[in-house]
Design a protein around this ligand. Sequence first.
Ligand SMILES: Cc1cc2nc3c(=O)[nH]c(=O)nc-3n(C[C@H](O)[C@H](O)[C@H](O)COP(=O)(O)OP(=O)(O)OC[C@H]3O[C@@H](n4cnc5c(N)ncnc54)[C@H](O)[C@@H]3O)c2cc1C
Length: 313
Amino acid sequence: MPNDAFDHDVLVMGAGIAGLAAATACAAAGLRTAVAGTGLFGGLVLNVNDLVEPPRPDQASGADYAATLFGEAMEAGAEPIDGPVATLWRDGAGFAARPEEEPGRVLRARAVICATGASPRPLPVPGAGAFAHRGIAHCADCDGPLHRGRPVVVVGGGDAALQGALTLAAWASEVHVLLRGAAPRARAEFVARAAAEPRIRLHRNAEILRLLGEDGLEAVEVREGAGAPLRIAARAVFPWIGLMPNTAALPAEVTRDADGAVVVDAALRTSLPGLFAAGAVRAGHGGRLRHALHDGEGAARGVIAMLTTGAAA
Ligand SMILES: Cc1cc2nc3c(=O)[nH]c(=O)nc-3n(C[C@H](O)[C@H](O)[C@H](O)COP(=O)(O)OP(=O)(O)OC[C@H]3O[C@@H](n4cnc5c(N)ncnc54)[C@H](O)[C@@H]3O)c2cc1C
């Protein structure tokens, strides 16, 4: 039941797939729901044109799928808050949050679902910062066409890395994939397709040592196995070496694991009563869209039960 001390029953932090799914379910259940971060909704798959296992098979593009989920959240009655949440804190029996783009405003909610996702891990190479936006890129579909007929480097051997390499092979002259170990960890289908793609070359037991270039990236220096460092010409490097959970806005007392992901129980409750976490921000996230969707809906069920029946937070 509504409580007038709070402007919202639930605040959803994050308008990626988990957050939009959570916001729709909460609003459809009649909760006064705000969802923050809608100015740039969609999260990690926003720029992926050809989704693997799209949750709705008729929507293969991440942007289309996210737009559908956003439309559903708005139709259900969720209130969009453009910018991200800068800080969240405990406020009496609920929570208060300050939106980054409206420093004078405080949002008050009885419960919060944190669905702030994760960001690509930066390349751990000295001086890499100087190549941000001048050679380092994270979006194969957006940046690939800029490198038509030129060599590029992908760092990583998981699903995101090989999915990106396969996309880049449509434009680049060569796609050098630097694997930390002896074999890619990606799904068998990606590994087989990469092996059959003449423009993709896998470098095993490879470590990237330096980025080289005067006016933008020209080459990377790599050590492959125990060999001497070698230079690979490259106009862009795409690091897909894992993700870092986005938890900066959460109170310090929320328990995180060694990787910084929010620890939850089976009902997606965090260590702070009333705060739930869903999707890529939480420890144990399955890693795919369907998991984020499932989490968003699950966290919403937990909040609805807590607010309507008084079930333990
Ligand atoms: C390159 C790549 C390709 C992928 N391709 C596929 C695929 O084809 N198929 C598949 O099933 N899975 C794919 N995945 C995995 C999938 O993207 C994730 O499982 C899913 O997007 C996680 O959704 P999420 O909502 O939890 O997090 P995110 O997608 O990270 O969304 C979180 C959102 O919250 C926002 N945010 C961050 N901090 C705040 C804050 N303080 N306040 C408010 N908002 C905030 C972020 O900006 C973001 O918009 C891919 C992943 C990557 C990295």
